[in-house]
Design a protein around this ligand. Structure first.
Ligand SMILES: CC(C)(COP(=O)(O)OP(=O)(O)OC[C@H]1O[C@@H](n2cnc3c(N)ncnc32)[C@H](O[C@H]2O[C@H](COP(=O)(O)OP(=O)(O)OP(=O)(O)O)[C@@H](O)[C@H]2O)[C@@H]1O)[C@@H](O)C(=O)NCCC(=O)NCCS
Ligand SMILES: Nc1ncnc2[nH]cnc12
Length: 290
């Protein structure tokens, strides 16, 4: 494995990486999670289960502190260095999962967030959602223009590139370039509301996942079910939240019903799952002892 000049990392990088790892494991451990993999369900997936995600997460754990070190040490083009390390992580992940794409998008999202945390350390900025959001946006400045408005159609297109050409959806690139608006405006307020209400962490994460599903432009859903999948996901999620989501008996029953519908309709909101992990990661950083 190519060693990087980021391979030696500081204790703070190790500590932040531990929080990122925790959030990745919490995300896939959350249930109910309509359409998604959890300890008790394969969701819409016949090629992966909970243990696929455990080995996938373990395979990229080593790289997490490196992303933070990149934010601390890199003076320019942080994204380029994140992607160099991320590509190695992605190769290792796909080797461990025997080619199944479990967390390719999450690797990019968490890589950028860890890089943003590193920049906050370098600039002595507090670990809060606003600084992390701003640094994500700076790291990913012009990623939509550079990667979706100038697509090289001679090469094999990624799902995101193809879906941009077809529907003008910007997916994860739009999210990071805008500073994670779904995380800042929807997911974190929902998570804090659910925890303050007294839900345990599993139910609070499930409640937050439903709130993300009510508004996210998830390309994994569009890839499988075209835009109709997004409309179905948003309408059912809004109905669940109107019933109280995981804070009420009726809401819980409706979320369970959603699990059946999502499997039947092949709706798997992998992007929403990633944003849930990102929200929990930021929540941990904001509440981390110095
Ligand atoms: C920057 C890339 C992530 C770009 O990839 P792509 O061009 O494909 O762009 P998107 O489609 O926009 O996003 C890719 C993944 O990001 C997740 N995602 C989708 N929408 C959003 C959103 N609005 N906000 C946040 N995240 C979003 C999603 O990833 C998750 O779902 C995948 C698992 O679900 P599944 O249904 O199994 O997906 P598939 O396997 O594709 O379908 P099936 O075959 O099963 O039917 C999993 O990836 C989750 O993380 C989107 O899939 C980056 O990948 C890229 O450009 N890579 C090139 C190399 C590189 O730079 N690597 C280093 C990265 S640090
Ligand atoms: N729990 C999950 N199930 C399916 N796809 C995912 N992508 C990220 N997390 C996922």
């Amino acid at each position: 494995m190519k060693m990087h000049n980021f391979y030696s990392f500081s204790p703070i990088s190790a500590k932040i990486a531990q929080k990122a790892l925790c959030s990745m494991l919490y995300e896939v451990s959350t249930s109910p999670s309509p359409g998604l993999v959890s300890p008790v369900s394969k969701g819409c997936h016949n090629d992966m289960d909970y243990f696929t995600f455990l080995i996938s997460t373990s395979s990229i754990a080593y790289y997490l502190p490196l992303f933070i070190e990149i934010g601390i040490k890199c003076e320019d083009d942080v994204l380029k260095s994140i992607r160099e390390v991320g590509k190695q992580a992605e190769e290792e992940m796909l080797r461990e999962t025997e080619g199944v794409n479990t967390q390719r998008g999450l690797l990019f999202l968490i890589g950028v967030l860890c890089g943003a945390a590193g920049v906050c350390i370098k600039k002595s900025l507090a670990f809060n959602r606003y600084n992390l959001s701003e640094q994500c946006s700076i790291i990913c400045k012009d990623i939509v223009k550079n990667e979706l408005l100038n697509i090289d159609r001679t090469k094999k297109l990624t799902n995101g590139e193809r879906l941009y050409l077809e529907y003008k959806v910007t997916g994860i690139r739009g999210e990071v370039e805008k500073g994670l608006p779904t995380v800042i405006n929807t997911a974190l307020p929902s998570l804090e509301d659910a925890l303050n209400y007294g839900l345990n962490i599993n139910d609070a994460l499930s409640h937050t996942l439903i709130s993300i599903m009510s508004c996210v432009e998830d390309t994994t859903v569009i890839n499988r079910c075209k835009m109709q999948g997004i409309y179905t996901m948003r309408n059912l999620s809004k109905k669940a939240l109107e019933l109280g989501g995981m804070k009420s008996k009726e809401g819980r029953e409706f979320v369970k019903y959603m699990e059946d519908v999502f499997v039947k309709e092949n709706i798997s909101p992998g992007g929403a799952a990633d944003l849930l992990a990102a929200a929990h990661f930021i929540y941990q950083l904001e509440n981390m002892e110095e």
